[in-house]
Design a protein around this ligand. Structure first.
Ligand code: NCD
Length: 361
């Protein structure tokens, strides 16, 4: 089996790959000293075009704990992107200087695009409202460590399911595990995007849709809260109307199971009251720590791969004609990108998964 060379979407992962990664993570937790110099001489490039605390810091800490160096930016203002350089050129150069690249961008599909031009592994640290596969690694590690297994759970996803990229990736990753039931808790305006819910139906994932957090709490093994994503709303009035729709308080937890896990990718913005923090079921700060540990396992794998330039990307003639009109899609600014297939279907953009036909209307 050829080793996996990129993590841009959850579809890059397999169950076997996850099991191996998690086993390595557990060994890192048990014997950190063994790994202290395991990536010495390697360099991580960290490209953050969008704000981040945990993801950026945890990748940097992970690289340094393995003995690797790090360079990069957390604000693109100081780079040639501000002079109008294309993503492809920036990636070619960054790859020449590094052993692996972590990229976060507000543009959906940017990591998919970057992987077409990089001779070193590309890791998606969040592409707009689309996906966030390394947060999913963090979430899976937390569930596995705290519950002993990932399968056989009832998980409530609550908040902004429309724009929350961590939710989109987590839902898809759960396909790898048996007997998962979802409670999708959101106002109607913030339900999952169509490409995620269509896939859930196709894969026959078990789910119920609800607007009531209080009603769902007693049913859950895991409650995954999310922030209402202000920066992704087109209408500021709609954001203001919805921003406080769910606030989890200590009082509400009285009806929850005694070992229900409370998770959140963080940052929170009021949706978990601070009186929840001391509840033994609150796992969100530990979750952030697991993020660093599983990212160590990921970097250890990726930074030792030999350099290999991907084949020159060509447009797929079977992909529907028509431009992607999703304003957040990377193809809008980087028009040279080839048309590629979406795993979600030929009528969808291969970068952001939005329906091309729908968007042309
Ligand atoms: C999330 C993100 O950036 O998508 N945070 C994270 O990476 N830990 C969640 C969010 O911003 O709400």
């Amino acid at each position: 089996m050829t080793p996996m060379r990129k993590l841009v979407n959850v579809g890059d992962m397999s169950r076997k790959w996850w099991d191996d990664l998690y086993a390595r993570c557990r060994d890192i937790i048990a014997r950190p000293e063994v790994y202290a110099n395991s990536c010495s001489g390697k360099i991580l490039a960290s490209m953050f075009y969008e704000p981040s605390t945990r993801t950026n810091f945890s990748f940097q800490a992970a690289a340094q704990r393995l003995g690797a160096g790090v360079f990069g930016f957390s604000d693109p203002v100081g780079t040639s992107a501000s002079k109008g350089e294309t993503l492809a050129d920036t990636i070619r150069m960054t790859a020449a200087y590094s052993s692996a690249i972590v990229i976060r961008s507000p543009q959906e599909g940017s990591a998919t695009a970057a992987a077409l031009y990089s001779e070193v592994p590309i890791i998606n640290a969040g592409d707009g409202g689309h996906s966030h596969p390394t947060q999913t690694l963090t979430d899976l590690t937390t569930i596995a460590e705290k519950r002993g297994e990932i399968g056989n759970i009832r998980i409530g996803l609550c908040g902004d399911l429309k724009h929350g990229r961590t939710v989109h990736s987590l839902v898809e990753a759960m396909e790898m595990f048996p007997n998962i039931s979802f409670y999708l808790i959101s106002p109607p305006e913030l339900r999952l995007p169509d490409y995620v819910s269509a896939r859930m139906k196709k894969q026959q994932q078990d789910f119920v849709i609800s607007e009531s957090l209080v009603d769902c709490i007693p049913e859950l093994d895991v409650l995954y809260m999310t922030r209402i994503q202000r920066e992704r709303f087109k209408d500021a009035g709609e954001y203001r109307r919805l921003k406080d729709v769910y606030i989890l308080t200590a009082k509400m937890l009285k009806s929850a199971g005694s070992d229900m896990l409370i998770m959140h990718p963080l940052p929170r913005y009021g949706e978990i009251a601070t009186d929840v923090d001391t509840d033994p079921r609150a796992a969100y700060f530990e979750q952030a720590r697991y993020g660093m540990l599983i990212r160590m396992a990921l970097l250890l794998d990726f930074m030792h791969l030999p350099r290999r330039m991907p084949p020159v990307p060509e447009s797929d003639p079977d992909v529907l004609p028509g431009e992607c009109t999703n304003p957040a899609c990377i193809t809008r600014s980087d028009a040279y990108l080839p048309k590629i297939r979406s795993r979600s279907g030929l009528d969808r953009c291969g970068y952001c998964d939005k329906k091309v036909t729908e968007m042309l209307l």
